[in-house]
Design a protein around this ligand. Structure first.
Ligand code: GLN
Length: 194
């Protein structure tokens, strides 16, 4: 399976390393034409406003919506989760608006700008190591969205069919099990198409 990491801004190399560790072939994606050869795509953490601007500039908004409409999975982490959401609290405009959820940016406040924790994720046996950096939260989810994990009662991992979203940075540790989970989604989607 070949999985791309959207390489406009943010933590790209780390995702490539984790995807490879999980057993996927991974490439940095800078041009929309590259999407054709991929089975799945990661939208990394970074700064969502910047990523959104660059996506619009280089034609990725419609291209990724089309990619998703073809049944190919997307995985958004941190800023990438914000990019996937239907609604962003306090903002008029969202980005891809593919996932049925409302998110809040920088939701942990200044005193908790960044921290690490062990997180239970539905579908993964033992807790995973999660790094939160100026992280968003999923404030509410709509129909079709399954909550995969919560931290202090707030939603931090969710899935809607072929869409996976995490508030934190799963690529900043050696624990690649969430990438392995995504790779399984990608394999299932590819098998369903074949
Ligand atoms: N706070 C950033 C945003 O709102 C996300 C932070 C991150 O991706 N680590 O885009």
């Amino acid at each position: 399976m070949k999985i791309g990491v959207l390489a406009l801004q943010g933590a790209v190399a780390e995702h490539i390393r984790s995807l490879e560790a999980a057993g996927a072939e991974a490439v940095a994606v800078k041009r929309v034409e590259q999407l054709d050869e991929l089975n799945g795509l990661v939208i990394p953490g970074g700064e969502s406003t910047t990523i959104g601007k660059l996506m619009r500039k280089y034609g990725f908004m419609d291209a990724i919506r089309e990619f998703s409409a073809q049944g190919k999975p997307l995985f958004g982490t941190c800023a990438g989760l914000i990019v996937l959401a239907d609604k962003i609290e306090g903002q008029e405009e969202a980005h891809l608006q593919l996932m049925n959820m409302t998110v809040a940016r920088n939701a942990f406040g200044r005193q908790r700008e960044s921290f690490e924790t062990d997180l239970e994720v539905k579908g993964i046996e033992e807790p995973i190591r999660a790094v939160f950096i100026r992280a968003p939260l999923i404030k509410s989810v709509g129909a079709g969205v399954e909550v995969l994990s919560e931290y202090n009662g707030e939603i931090v991992t969710a899935r809607e069919g072929t869409l996976l979203a995490a508030s934190y940075h799963p690529e900043l540790t050696d624990d690649y099990r969430l990438h392995a989970y995504f790779l399984e989604m990608v394999k299932e989607a590819a098998a369903a198409k074949a």
